[in-house]
Write a protein that binds this ligand. Structure first.
Ligand SMILES: C[S@@+](CC[C@H](N)C(=O)[O-])C[C@H]1O[C@@H](n2cnc3c(N)ncnc32)[C@H](O)[C@@H]1O
Length: 290
């Protein structure tokens, strides 16, 4: 696209320094490293980031602005870019806080090692696999249809975590008690299942946003609200501060606001910030997502 505006990755972009403030949240248009430097230590409860994945592609948004994910310095440049930002995120998290780093199998191994160094191996909580079905599938290898979300606590054991239960247990072949409830017979007696269903595991089947989804903003790389709903429900409490320093179209911020959390967003793209501001502006109610 000839006249598309290219979003650079350099820090200190002079054409992007606006901020949007509401009672329970803020969105800043800036390079996130310089923006994070202005925030006090241990002040954030939950950080979710969805940074570039080193795809070496340029994606064009609905209004013709480019989302540039190219790294002339290769993996070393990419690693250095993330290293400085993950180090800042570690500083900003409260003792009870967690970070969710959303990437894909192209770079997940690099990022996992970096997180091990910065957060400590003992603070690794999960490698969440977001599994989805989109487009075609190669005939040369298995279809690459998942993203990886690495989850680390600032201090494992002190971190906020709310178990989520959904779905049904496999009960085929089990005996039923007098009230029709399935149970496993153990040496200690009957073992019943939790009535609220099984606890969520680390493989999440959540549909990708379809081209006609009502959530769609036209911003490339937009993630589904259902994904952020799970993350925010699991790792924060109402009133907590949730931050996304690569906020794009503002998915995290809109969901956090709807769930009664405080929210803080940053993106270096003016277009992204404009969309995110419009999006949070449409969230009027604070309702806990199921
Ligand atoms: C993958 S997109 C995020 C999409 C977002 N999760 C959503 O649902 O819309 C990554 C975003 O990071 C932004 N970005 C890249 N480098 C940045 C930097 N140094 N500072 C701030 N934002 C940056 C890009 O402009 C882009 O909007």
């Amino acid at each position: 696209m000839k006249d598309a505006k290219v979003v650079k990755r350099d820090s200190a972009r002079s054409d992007c320094s606006s901020a949007h403030q509401e009672a329970d949240g803020r969105i800043v248009c800036a390079d996130n490293l310089s923006m994070m430097a202005t925030i006090a230590d241990a002040s954030i409860d939950l950080v979710y980031i969805d940074p570039p994945f080193m795809t070496n592609t340029t994606r064009v948004s609905a209004n013709g602005q480019n989302y540039e994910d190219r790294w002339r310095g290769g993996v070393d440049e990419y690693r250095a870019f993330l290293q400085s930002r993950l180090t800042e995120i570690h500083r900003l998290l409260k003792t009870s806080g967690s970070v969710y780093v959303h990437i894909d199998p192209r770079v997940s191994h690099h990022v996992r090692l970096m997180l091990d160094e910065i957060f400590g191996v003992g603070n690794f909580l999960n490698e969440v696999i977001w599994s989805y079905r989109t487009g075609g599938v190669s005939t040369k290898w298995f279809g690459r249809k998942h993203d990886t979300i690495l989850v680390y606590a600032k201090s494992a054991g002190s971190h906020t975590f709310n178990v989520r239960r959904e779905g049904a247990y496999r009960t085929d072949g089990l005996k039923l008690d007098e009230e029709g409830r399935p149970f496993k017979q153990t040496k200690k007696g009957r073992l019943f299942f939790n009535a609220d269903g099984p606890a969520l595991t680390d493989v999440w089947e959540i549909p990708f946003l379809s081209t006609v989804s009502l959530e769609r903003t036209g911003y490339p790389t937009q993630k589904p609200e259902a994904l952020l709903g799970r993350i925010i429900q699991a790792s924060s409490l109402p009133g907590d501060l949730v931050a996304d320093f690569f906020c794009g179209s503002g998915t995290t911020l809109a969901v956090a606001k709807r769930m009664g959390r405080k929210w803080l967003g940053c993106d270096e793209s003016e277009e992204a910030v404009k969309i995110a501001v419009g999006r949070v502006g449409q969230v009027k109610t604070k309702v806990e997502l199921g």
